[in-house]
Design a binder for this molecule. Sequence first.
Ligand SMILES: Cc1cc2nc3c(=O)[nH]c(=O)nc-3n(C[C@H](O)[C@H](O)[C@H](O)COP(=O)(O)OP(=O)(O)OC[C@H]3O[C@@H](n4cnc5c(N)ncnc54)[C@H](O)[C@@H]3O)c2cc1C
Length: 417
Amino acid sequence: MAPRRALVIGGSLGGLLAAHLLRSAGWDAVVFERNAEDLTGRGAGISTHPQLIDILRRVGIDFDESMGIKVDTVICLDQHGKTYLETRTARTMSSWGRLYRSLRDPLPAESYRLGMSLRSVEQDADGVTAVFADGARVRGDLLVGADGVRSTVREQFLPDLTPQYAGYVAWRAMLDESEVPPDIRAEIFERYTFCLPEGELFLAYPVPGRNNETQRGKRAYNIVWYRPTAPDTTLIDLCTDATGRCHGTTIPPPLIRPDVTAAIKATARALVAPQVAEIFARTPQPFFQPIFDHDSPQIAFGRVALLGDAAFVARPHVGAGVTKAALDAASLAAAVSGDDVAAGLLQYQREQKPFGSGLVALGRQEGAYLSAQLKPREQRTAAELTRDINDVLLAHNSRSENLRNVLVGSRQASAIG
Ligand SMILES: Cc1cc2nc3c(=O)[nH]c(=O)nc-3n(C[C@H](O)[C@H](O)[C@H](O)COP(=O)(O)OP(=O)(O)OC[C@H]3O[C@@H](n4cnc5c(N)ncnc54)[C@H](O)[C@@H]3O)c2cc1C
């Protein structure tokens, strides 16, 4: 008998993880990605957790030295560049590109189809059909919506639901190690570095280089800078290109106006430690991502399931979006092992919905300080005016433990429910 076919919509990390786990469970999983070319240029650091490493190993991807950079020290720099706190940590910092290649390369070419933009989904008792923008129709037994925060699949099944803007953006920048001035490299490159300008949060750490290298000299330095940004004024301006066209709540990095880039580099020099401001200023094209919260009331619809950011978007402070996508994929693949796909997906929903909602709540809690900054100063509480660096470090060093607690709690809830 031919294997059952899973149509996976979205060819980023969530879709690739779903395809691998379904294939190891005996499914013929095919990924459909709307971009016409391989997704390469998404330079961004990704912190990892033991659950992600376990799941990668399960599908034959060894999380060896080449997958990330180990960091064992955290430092906090004041505005003048002086280290005022130093502590131990144990993290492996990977990158989107490194994880993407390790998942994409082992998939057979015919199982990853580029230039396929899903338009709608049709389903009946015997199967599900993906309808693409070019009119192509592909039939399967299961459809997985791994199509991100703006999911077309979710929009069809939950049309009234839109992700909520959290009130701040993450500015991101990445610089090749060889471009970092030698004195700054020696001082901070291998450390996880925090700066706390008032009402903001700036962090930086080493990641694999642009061709995923982890050897000294070829790595890269990654910056994430959370800045409160008013939605109806500043965000609109940031998303408006040089021709005056506003692109919504985000804008492709090459279209960010030169004056916006110059202004954010000048702000870095004014607000954060000179070492990291220098690195930020040297990056050719910093870009920003608005931060959203999204919690789906339902993630299974007959033969259709939502996974990864399409299902739940937790603010990145937990550093677990990719690990959550991996856990979603593992739960989904196990749940659809029987003949009844729809019943399997209900089981998937019972397991992953409490987990997704729990992570969204944790992300909201950790980002509450940043969201509060849009309130007038006199309306903010003392905790909203000054973020205690010890709280920041505690949250950082407890990331994997917090993730595990949400996971254990959600598994208990799903066993009871
Ligand atoms: C600032 C920031 C820092 C982060 N840091 C971390 C971290 O340290 N660790 C971590 O684990 N996570 C982190 N995350 C979260 C992580 O990046 C996401 O959770 C993860 O990438 C989600 O993957 P996904 O595959 O679900 O969605 P996406 O990566 O958004 O992929 C969706 C894919 O679907 C495709 N698509 C969309 N619509 C269609 C359509 N109609 N038809 C076909 N294809 C379509 C898109 O082109 C895209 O390739 C961070 C996020 C941010 C914003």
